[in-house]
Design a protein around this ligand. Structure first.
Ligand code: NAD
Ligand code: TYD
Length: 350
């Protein structure tokens, strides 16, 4: 049995789908269901009986301790976080509470749990912390991509809170011997992503006849990683990753925001043309830049490719087409997220 936090969010829910497609090992999912958590994303699971959802906040020491000591997982994969940069600029407090203090709580519980395991269980146990490339700061256009040796230089309250949590995880490995591994992935995209992030927001706004907001000049660059490729990388890391190590995971797909938005508009023009036959690109609206907006992120994948035999299977063209198609065919999921209907559903369920 493995335990994950944040399994009702975008990457966590995709991870559960991927895991249960490949394995018959059960998975405990702890999530406090913030606005970003959505159990609808787990409705059509393979082997549903192997997934157990538990409504809990990682900040609640007693509850988390009780869950971990009851289920005795062989690994903990920590996805739960506040994850949206813009929200962190408006209100950083939740980022400090969940990303830093919540991670600290989880580490404390995990340390106590680990210390009571027998030697064989200790050898098998892993704590995998899902971090971000944003802790490395911003690259100029001609700098080489981030490696695992790139110094930390977080620029937003979000990335600063993730950097702080990484340092805590590192210290629990070095000080207490907790078998931790830290991963830094680039911008993920794919199905079940909350439409506050660029790609699902563009699709939603385009289809709903709203402006498509592009910050600044649209020339900021992100390295897009399909979420299924990310989940497979985590599976490889759990199976073969070295304790105490750090792995960068990127999609090798550097694109400007403008390129991303235009690509989505072109796909929508083909798959669901506007009634007036004009391009969705007509809805693009350049707006005031994000405060402290990082110019460019890019990941050097060499370590995970060479040591763990992983490589992304999607290029941006195949991944974005599949993603747009998924959103077109799952507008009910999006509407539930937007309307808050899933929160009502939650009240009925739990
Ligand atoms: P998300 O915002 O979609 O989901 C986060 C999940 O965590 C939600 O289900 C939420 O309910 C849950 N959660 C939040 N606070 C909690 C708490 N206190 N206790 C328990 N559960 C809580 O995020 P995501 O995009 O799935 O990201 C997952 C992880 O990957 C995060 O740690 C994030 O920093 C990291 N990451 C994401 C991206 C990306 O592009 N999405 C890129 C790099 C790293
Ligand atoms: P986002 O999806 O929020 O991810 P991150 O900030 O973690 O990289 O944003 C991706 C890029 O898109 C980033 O450069 C900001 C930009 N962006 C816009 O131009 N308009 C928007 O409405 C959003 C949400 C993001």
């Amino acid at each position: 049995m493995i335990l994950i936090t944040g399994g009702a969010g975008f990457i966590g829910s995709n991870f559960i789908h991927t895991w249960l497609e490949q394995f018959d090992e059960s998975i405990i999912n702890i999530d406090s269901l913030t606005y970003a958590g959505n159990l609808h994303s787990l409705e059509i699971l393979n082997k549903k009986e192997l997934h157990k959802f538990i409504l809990a906040d990682i900040n609640h020491f007693e509850q988390i301790s009780q869950i971990i000591n009851t289920y005795k997982p062989r690994a903990i994969i920590h996805f739960a976080a506040e994850s949206h940069v813009d929200r962190s600029i408006h209100n950083p407090q939740n980022f400090i509470n969940t990303n830093i203090i919540g991670t600290f709580n989880l580490l404390e519980v995990s340390k106590q749990y680990y210390n009571n395991l027998d030697e064989k269980q200790k050898d098998n146990f892993r704590f995998i912390h899902i971090s971000t490339d944003e802790v490395y700061g911003s690259l100029s256009l001609n700098e080489p991509p981030f490696t695992e040796q790139t110094p930390y230089a977080p620029n937003s309250p979000y990335s600063a809170s993730k950097a702080a949590s990484d340092h805590l995880v590192r210290s629990y490995y070095h000080t207490y011997g907790l078998p931790c591994i830290i991963t830094h992935c680039s911008n993920n995209y794919g199905c079940y992503q909350f439409p506050e992030k660029l790609i699902p927001l563009v699709i939603f706004n385009a289809l709903n006849n709203k402006n498509i907001p592009i910050y600044g000049d649209g020339l900021n660059i992100r390295d897009w990683l399909h979420v299924e490729d990310h989940c497979q990388a985590i599976i490889n890391i759990l199976a073969q990753g070295k304790i105490g190590e750090v792995y960068n995971i990127g999609g090798c797909n550097e694109k400007t925001n403008l390129e991303v938005v235009n690509t989505i508009c072109n796909i929508l023009d083909k798959l669901q043309p506007r009634a007036d036959k004009k391009s969705y690109a007509e809805q693009i609206n350049f707006i005031k830049d994000r405060l402290g907006h990082d110019k460019r992120y890019a990941i050097d994948n060499n370590k995970i490719q060479n040591e763990l035999n992983w490589a992304p299977q999607y290029n941006f063209e195949s991944g974005i087409y599949k993603t747009v198609d998924w959103y077109l065919n799952n507008q009910e999921w999006v509407n539930n997220v937007i309307s808050g209907e899933y929160q009502n559903w939650l009240n009925i369920q739990y």
